[in-house]
Design a protein around this ligand. Structure first.
Ligand code: IMP
Ligand code: MG
Length: 180
């Protein structure tokens, strides 16, 4: 028996409608302005790729790779940058693209780090937010959906690097160990 089973939280259609709604808001707010999207790898790659297709403004895209989670479901609380942005952001409008906010440490770290380059503005767009788990104060400017404190996978989001390819979002339920 598999140690985990998946239960669907959001269908591909529900995700698509959330993403389109976010893109419309962003297109409206940044109309006539230059915008640099900073996507947090790896989890937000699918969200970014769908989001930008709906944006009707001039955007540039860059990536950072941050690690906070180890191989399991629990965060170490320590954030490290393993790949930095390459586009200069001084004087530019920056929008961070994140898959899911949990303790808030990843976004707090990245926002502070990007601020050192003196951008004109820095805002945050996240697909999902587990607000109840917040440990540090981080404001999400564009939020897709608040969810409960459950571990989720799919649509770019992983568990032990697996499940990123699933087009829906599922939560992971450990199966009870089988009696011999
Ligand atoms: P934070 O720094 O505690 O806010 O954690 C944010 C990061 O943890 C996100 O970028 C995700 O990659 C990862 N994460 C948080 N919750 C989940 C989850 O339910 N499933 C998979 N990854 C998660
Ligand atoms: Mg992530």
């Amino acid at each position: 028996m598999d140690p985990y089973r998946l239960n669907r939280l959001l269908t591909a259609e529900e995700i698509a409608s959330i993403v389109k709604g976010l893109a419309d808001q962003i297109s409206r707010d940044y109309e006539g302005k230059e915008l640099i999207l900073v996507c947090i790898l790896k989890g937000a790659f699918m969200f970014l790729s769908d989001l930008i297709r709906h944006l009707r403004i001039l955007v540039k895209v860059d990536f950072v790779r941050l690690t906070s989670y180890g191989a399991g479901m629990k965060s170490s609380g320590l954030v490290e940058i393993t790949k930095d942005i390459e586009i200069p952001i001084e004087g530019k409008n920056v929008l961070i693209i994140e898959d899911i906010v949990d303790s808030g440490r990843t976004l707090q770290f990245l926002k502070e780090r990007l601020a050192l380059s003196n951008p004109r503005s820095i805002k945050i767009c996240a697909l999902l937010d587990k607000k109840a788990r917040r440990e540090v104060q981080v404001e999400v400017d564009y939020l897709g959906k608040e969810i409960e404190d459950i571990f989720i996978v799919g649509y770019g989001i992983d568990f032990n690097e697996g499940y990123r390819n699933l087009p829906e979002i599922h939560y992971v339920i450990p199966n009870a160990p089988q009696k011999e």
